[in-house]
Design a protein around this ligand. Structure first.
Ligand SMILES: [Zn+2]
Length: 299
């Protein structure tokens, strides 16, 4: 159902259609959770900016791709960026992490990621995951994503992305897959409008104001905004399962050596501690469960 442009709130992803131009799009501006996930990360400022822009792009893509499960964006093996991973759940809960390479990574997106690859992984709740991999190209994050859609999906796509560590903003336009050559003019029109938007402006304006500024003269159909959050899914229970999967001997060895097992979440930086007694309790509870079968619901 189409709704009015003024109903495109912050903390949501709003998808829309420009039917006469055969173009679809999505816009977001989000602040809640951003400083913890992006702004306070112990990474270099240039890496933090890329992390923020990737975290802005992920939910825009997920809102269109409609994965029944998780979508993951990855930068792998860049010159100064060993790994960047953004995970977007189907409720648009988003988290991201970066692993730097070298002493003090710095420079443009291109300099950070030179030689790397960009991977998009679809992880449906049921069924096989699949991954599309393309070489990274582009001076900025937006260009790399546009390259992915060109090479992997053959869908002309444009992004404007902004991150200041406290908030993220993003705008995506994409030509409809079924649009024929007759739609060229429509795509050129929409792209020309998007080219007038700077990241600073996207960050400063509400999505509603931005959509009005761009498309007030066009037929614009908005879909219901979907709430999105920047939040991690780690928990004591998940970390416990991870330790159980490592095996009793290995975990006990760590306690013997260090007195404490400490696990830090790569995404949000949360720190989980297990002392000797907790490790023992964890594995004996597991053993008790295995010895008394029919139990379920442990997941
Ligand atoms: Zn976490």
């Amino acid at each position: 159902m189409a709704i009015a442009p003024e109903q495109a709130p912050d903390e949501h992803v709003t998808t829309f259609l420009l039917p006469e131009h055969h173009v679809r799009g999505a816009i977001l501006r989000v602040c809640a959770g951003v400083s913890a996930m992006v702004g306070r990360r112990d990474v270099q400022p240039d890496v933090r900016r890329v992390l923020g822009e990737m975290c802005a792009a992920g939910p825009l893509m997920a809102a269109h791709l409609k994965v029944d499960g998780r979508l993951a964006l990855q930068i792998q093996d860049g010159a100064q960026l060993a790994l960047m991973l953004i995970q977007i759940e189907d409720d648009l809960r988003t988290r991201g992490m970066a692993r730097e390479r070298g002493e003090a990574p710095a420079g443009s997106f291109e300099e950070l990621t030179r030689g790397g690859v960009f991977a998009v992984t679809f992880e449906p709740r049921n069924g096989q995951s699949y991954q599309a991999l393309v070489p990274l190209q582009g001076v900025v994050v937006a260009e790399a994503l546009e390259g992915y859609f060109d090479q992997s999906e053959q869908l002309p796509t444009r992004f404007v992305l902004a991150s200041n560590g406290d908030c993220l903003a993003g705008l995506m336009l994409q030509r409809l897959p079924e649009a024929g050559a007759a739609a060229d003019a429509g795509w050129d029109h929409a792209r020309a409008l998007l080219d007038t938007v700077t990241p600073d402006e996207l960050m400063a304006q509400t999505p509603a104001t931005m959509l009005h500024r761009l498309f007030h003269a066009d037929d614009l159909a908005l879909h219901d905004p979907q709430p999105m959050t920047m939040a991690c899914s780690c928990s004591q229970a998940r970390i416990s399962r991870m330790l159980l999967s490592l095996g009793e001997k290995e975990v006990h060895d760590i306690v013997e050596e260090q007195g404490l097992v400490t696990v830090t979440c790569d995404f949000c930086g949360a720190v989980y501690h297990y002392d000797r007694a907790q490790v023992q309790a964890l594995f004996s509870a597991e053993q008790a469960t295995q010895e008394s079968p029919p139990r379920s619901g442990l997941h």
